[in-house]
Write a protein that binds this ligand. Structure first.
Ligand SMILES: CC(C)(COP(=O)(O)OP(=O)(O)OC[C@H]1O[C@@H](n2cnc3c(N)ncnc32)[C@H](O)[C@@H]1OP(=O)(O)O)[C@@H](O)C(=O)NCCC(=O)NCCS
Length: 225
């Protein structure tokens, strides 16, 4: 039985596994990385520390099946990363590792990212200050878990009176784009890399059919594949 609940520190290895297993535009990225932790360091690990209370996991008896991580305030989060998260990672993974070894692995791209990223104000953050990442293992996909995780996060953000939420989805991941549209996001910007999707949290966002009243209740079992 799958349960959605707030993140606990012991969920971190499972969250990193899901991040890697879905990190190639929704597909398994394991073969692309010599270091299995780099994707998690960038796209999952910092969120529950920087902005506690906005990470939720879907778990069953086999471990972490999926997660949603978020921050309520993107610019504050990026500033926190600059002060607290990137410095040690930049020490551990020096810029010299950001060169393409030419063997198809992508560690070097992630190392380049952690050296080059900077807090970047954006007009978008006035209306949509929060952002999220969501990933679910293939065995948990397609049974409404993604919608339930988004709904759970939206309730947490609304209780903090956050006015809007944005996210980026790569052009190589049309399934995720369809998912975000199905749960109520609209496309605010399109670029060669992909789309910026937004959701207004003022009023009652239309997230589709209500599945259960409590966000932490058990989810229905995933269909057999
Ligand atoms: C994208 C993802 C989070 C969606 O979660 P999910 O649990 O599979 O989606 P749900 O079952 O909750 O689906 C909710 C709605 O989205 C639609 N949807 C979900 N995946 C879809 C897909 N690949 N193509 C078309 N529609 C899709 C469903 O049809 C459903 O719509 P409906 O209720 O109107 O029928 C999940 O598939 C996933 O983690 N994928 C791999 C990682 C990834 O791509 N993350 C996003 C990176 S930007």
């Amino acid at each position: 039985m799958t349960t959605i609940r707030p993140y606990q520190p012991f969920d971190l290895p499972g969250v990193y596994r899901v991040c890697l297993s879905t990190g190639d535009s929704g597909r398994d990225a394991t073969a692309l990385y010599r270091n299995p932790d780099l994707l998690g360091h960038i796209y999952a690990g910092p969120y529950p520390i920087a902005d506690p209370g906005l990470t939720f996991v879907a778990v069953d008896e086999h471990g972490v099946l999926g997660y949603i991580v978020a921050t309520a305030d993107t610019l504050t989060f990026e500033t926190w990363l600059e002060d607290n998260w990137w410095p040690r990672l930049r020490e551990q993974y020096p810029r010299e590792l950001a060169g393409d070894p030419g063997d198809g692995t992508e560690d070097w791209l992630r190392v380049a990212h952690l050296h080059e990223t900077k807090p970047a104000p954006d007009d978008l953050y006035e209306r949509y200050p929060a952002h999220l990442h969501i990933d679910i293992m293939p065995r948990g996909q397609g049974s409404g878990l993604g919608r339930r995780l988004v709904r759970t996060l939206v309730e947490a953000l609304r209780s903090r009176r956050v006015r809007g939420l944005h996210l980026g989805v790569g052009s190589g991941n049309p399934g995720a784009l369809a998912f975000y549209k199905a749960v109520g996001f609209t496309e605010e910007r399109r670029a060669p890399w992909g789309s910026t999707m937004v959701l207004d949290l003022r009023g009652e966002p239309n997230l589709g059919p209500e599945l259960r009243s409590s966000p932490f209740a058990e989810a229905p079992p995933a269909p057999r594949r």
